[in-house]
Design a protein around this ligand. Structure first.
Ligand SMILES: C[S@@+](CC[C@H](N)C(=O)[O-])C[C@H]1O[C@@H](n2cnc3c(N)ncnc32)[C@H](O)[C@@H]1O
Length: 420
């Protein structure tokens, strides 16, 4: 309906897509009123990025760009035991206290049993007389892999327009089908939906839904560490990736509203971006992760710069320069960061290190960090001392260990802040 005259609407506001008009005249007439609530972005299509979000006006640092509720929320493909009503981890200390009276999935309590989200899937499980086997421990369990796809299929039946929105999201189905994980998913999920739940669906539909989730979902966590699930926010998922992104997001409330905020000023016409990977990782790790999980080769400004915009997150100190002068801090950086096999070279003396040697060194360090006792600040501090002459102070391995230490200091028993 037209926002001005209530006649049938023929087009939406091209900036926010959220208000409708019968003609351009009425849109112009309404602009003064609508301007303040109009979203500061529009959807654009780019040859490489696909659909992406672009700023329609200057956006200030700290400004909220959008708030969105999830279209679908659900457990990850493998998940620790959680409540299908409120999505919080189940209390393992007291063993499961409450099983759903109809479908027997473990939940927190009766009010979680009565959430509309769970009631819809509960009916399907109960009708199929399916009883899940959920282990009462901290392990990640594949029994939860059916829940998010089932919630998507239920949308198809109960809220078809929302399902339409879901299947318009990008899927990298062909790339996903070529992976081992999808072979396992296919073997488990198809017979489950078709033979056990007797759901009216097919292999392509289920695999496509899984692929859409993997391409678009956000990891949804709460601040208390009780929730760790995935959520699909279709408009927010149109944000493209940049290793020097200009937004951050957080989740609020029991309905997990996503709030997207600008972290730096964004100019009219600029891409609005997020990160699909770990910002504190070095270029090789970020690019490998993006290729594996999101199926593209990142060529952003940071990935192309051997110094990673002056952060030196992948750099090591030159041992040859140090052997002459121990205080020398010349750095060895990649000759071509977009080619992981390229040699690395000292910025000072030109000493070369082969790409494969750097890859091997990084693997060794990753393994060493994974084996450190994460409850012992001393173990992490010793790692920093051991490698201070080798790794640049902002090297990604150092950042990982320092980040872990930041979370320990002031929190861990024996390391709390003491008043004077
Ligand atoms: C969550 S979707 C983003 C929306 C998507 N562009 C669309 O058209 O629906 C993620 C996908 O977008 C593409 N993409 C996002 N950022 C990119 C980038 N920096 N370079 C290349 N492709 C990118 C990749 O295909 C990626 O798997």
């Amino acid at each position: 309906m037209c926002a001005v005259c209530t006649k049938n609407a023929r087009h939406a506001c091209s900036a926010c897509n959220g208000v409708y008009y019968c003609d351009r005249e009425h849109q112009k007439e309404d602009w003064k009123r609508h301007k303040s609530s109009c979203a500061p972005f529009k959807v654009q299509t780019d040859e490489i990025l696909g659909r992406c979000l672009v700023a329609t006006r200057n956006i200030k640092a700290g400004e909220i760009i959008m708030r969105k509720l999830p279209l679908i929320l659900g457990p990850k493909t493998v998940s620790a035991a959680l409540c299908l009503g409120c999505h919080k981890k189940l209390n393992l200390e007291q063993s499961f206290r409450y099983d759903c009276s109809k479908c027997h999935w473990p939940l927190c309590n009766q009010s979680c049993e009565e959430t509309p989200l769970h009631m819809a899937e509960c009916e399907i499980f109960a009708k199929a007389r399916y009883t899940p086997t959920v282990k009462n421990d901290n392990s990640k369990q594949s029994v939860y892999s059916c829940i998010a796809p089932l919630r998507a299929l239920l949308l198809k039946v109960k809220e078809p327009s929302k399902f339409e929105t879901l299947i318009k999201c990008q899927s990298h189905l062909q790339e996903h089908l070529a992976t081992q994980v999808y072979q396992v998913l296919r073997r488990n999920l198809i017979p489950f939906f078709v033979n056990v739940l007797k759901f009216d669906t097919n292999e392509k539909e289920i695999m496509n839904i899984c692929s859409i989730f993997d391409t678009n979902c956000f990891e949804v966590r709460d601040t208390k560490g009780l929730v760790n699930v995935r959520g699909l926010y279709p408009v927010v998922s149109l944000l493209s990736h940049d290793c020097k992104h200009n937004t951050k997001h957080a989740f609020y409330g029991d309905d997990f509203q996503l709030v997207l905020t600008a972290t730096i000023p964004i100019k009219k016409g600029d891409l609005i971006t997020t990160t699909y990977t770990q910002t504190l990782w070095g270029t090789h790790m970020r690019r490998a992760h993006l290729k594996m999980s999101k199926h593209f080769d990142c060529v952003c400004e940071r990935c192309k710069d051997p110094t990673e915009l002056g952060s030196y997150a992948g750099a090591i100190y030159c041992t040859r320069c140090k052997s002459v002068d121990r205080s020398n801090e010349n750095k060895i950086i990649s000759c071509d960061p977009l080619d992981q096999d390229a040699n690395w070279k000292c910025e000072g003396c030109g000493y070369l290190v082969e790409g494969k040697e750097m890859i091997w060194g990084n693997e060794v360090l990753k393994k060493e960090i994974s084996q450190l006792d994460k409850k012992s600040p001393a173990a992490l501090e010793n790692f920093l001392v051991k490698y201070q002459g080798v790794l640049h102070s902002k090297n990604a391995h150092f950042l990982e260990v320092k980040y872990a230490l930041c979370q320990m200091y002031g929190n861990l028993e024996g390391f709390q802040l003491v008043g004077k």
